[in-house]
Design a binder for this molecule. Structure first.
Ligand code: GLU
Length: 470
């Protein structure tokens, strides 16, 4: 059986976009599923738009997603001698020719065609001149004048192109630099790529590329063009729809496996299954289950899936991942036992790591800042006594356990005749500043005796002071 070799060839002109990441994932998963090879190639021939910062950003995003490559990164900008060899080969075999038509002539030809409502096309003036290498000439590819070129697309089915609609396109500019469609084919041939999955914005390039393969006597790869990723309004995904770069999702506290899961499901399916681990995807991925409909990117759905992945992640891992998000809140924490306990109380309640970090702040606070509404509602004179009683009961406990904490609360219920709910809410506000938090016994145990008593004291003082002011 032949080895499947796929590739991802980003142009380094910005961040890795979610649409590009999905293309990378399809190729990577297919290679991994088939125990084949995945090649990374940087298409940086557009020197004006390519930047090192973009190259770095793309590597960073791929690494974060867990996409590794077996070969490369190749850089097109370092492969010019190879391209030159292939240009020469095409000229020698009569598949390409030098063209000396002046830009002015080409421009007037274009203008005339446009005025007649026709598709601009090179008229073939130099096609059969067999010019030797002139100065400042471009090199054009000789497209067959008749017949058809068929793209057998594994996703879209067969697409037939009339050759006479195609131009004798330029493969090398007058400065000798090779053009896009040509270098892609030379790279894919020399890198032995045999399966190409890419966005369907490239469909119109494919007949030209197929003709180049044929002229170079190279076997055609399998092509599959995936529909674009769209926003909820079905227009092409852009900044208007929210963050579009992969690393923005990392920075917002998404887990890479959730982003991977979500992006792959935008265009690929396996029955009704929504939740996949990356290993699961590798096992189940196939080209035949890539759909023909455009994927609609919906940040809310991604967020919901992220919550599921958070819950499926071991708390020890989450604790480690949470550290930088706490750091952003000015909290320096070690990913040890204390943080693992905190994470266990928050994992069910947090959709992102950022949300989890915000929810965790109260565990670390020196003093508690009360939400205004919470304090007004629960830190009232009536709460002073139960808080005081609880403080006394907790002071008498050596080490907090769920059982003796329950007993302490019970003793306060007995002394005051209040139900647990009536006592728990002011305590919650005293300990967290908010009206919603994980279970009261859990947080009391984690915050620990010294800090709990200090916070209850702070609340009692607060009640006394606000009572005096009124
Ligand atoms: N460099 C192209 C892009 O970023 C990819 C071309 C291809 O997949 O053939 O869109």
């Amino acid at each position: 059986m032949k080895t499947i070799i796929t590739r991802f060839p980003p142009s380094p002109t910005g961040h890795l976009h979610v649409g590009g990441a999905r293309t990378a994932l399809f190729n990577w998963l297919y290679a991994r599923h088939k125990k084949g090879k995945f090649v990374l190639r940087i298409e940086d021939t557009d020197a004006a738009r390519s930047t090192q910062a973009s190259v770095d950003a793309i590597f960073e995003a791929l690494e974060w997603l867990g996409i590794d490559w077996d070969e490369g990164p190749y850089f097109q900008s370092r492969r010019y001698p190879i391209y030159q060899e292939y240009i020469d080969k095409l000229i020698q075999t009569g598949h390409a020719y030098y063209c000396t038509c002046s830009p002015e002539r080409l421009e007037s030809m274009r203008a005339k065609a446009m005025a007649n409502g026709e598709k601009p096309k090179y008229d073939g003036t130099c096609r059969d001149k067999d010019l030797p290498k002139p100065e400042n000439a471009v090199v054009r590819f000789k497209v067959p004048l008749t017949g058809t070129t068929v793209l057998e697309d594994v996703i879209k089915g067969n697409i037939v192109f009339q050759n006479d609609e195609l131009d004798d396109f330029i493969i090398a500019r007058s400065d000798g630099s090779p053009t896009y469609n040509f270098v892609v084919v030379v790279d894919d041939i020399t890198m032995q790529i045999n399966t190409i999955i890419r966005g369907d914005d490239h469909v119109m390039n494919t007949p030209k590329q197929i003709l180049l393969y044929q002229a170079l006597d190279a076997p055609l790869p399998v092509f599959g063009h995936v529909p674009m990723v769209l926003g909820k309004d079905r227009s092409r995904l852009s900044k208007r729809h929210g963050a579009t770069s992969v690393t923005a999702y990392r920075d917002m506290g998404f887990l890479p496996q959730a982003v991977v899961n979500y992006l792959v499901r935008l265009g690929w399916s396996y029955g009704d299954q929504e939740f996949f681990t990356t290993d699961d995807l590798i096992e189940k991925f196939s080209l035949k289950n890539i759909g023909r409909a455009a994927g609609i990117f919906d940040q809310e759905k991604l967020t919901a899936l992220n919550a599921d992945h958070i819950q499926a992640t071991p708390p020890e891992t989450l604790a480690r991942l949470l550290v930088p998000f706490l750091e952003k809140q000015g909290i320096h924490a070690e990913p040890g036992e204390f943080l693992v306990k905190i994470v266990k109380t928050l994992a069910q309640r947090s959709k992102t790591l950022e949300e989890m970090a915000l929810a965790a702040i109260f565990y670390f606070a020196e003093t508690i800042t009360y939400e205004e509404k919470a304090a007004r509602k629960f830190l009232k004179p009536a709460a002073r006594q139960p808080l005081q009683f609880l403080m006394d009961a907790l002071s008498a406990i050596e080490t907090f356990t769920e059982e003796n904490l329950e007993n302490a609360f019970k003793s306060v219920m007995e002394k005051t005749g209040l139900k647990l709910g009536k006592i728990a809410q002011p305590v919650r506000v005293a300990l967290t500043g908010k009206t919603a938090s994980p279970g009261i016994f859990e947080i009391t145990e984690i915050i620990g005796k010294e800090k709990v008593i200090q916070r209850l004291k702070q609340a009692v003082t607060y009640i006394e002071q606000t009572a005096e002011e009124e």
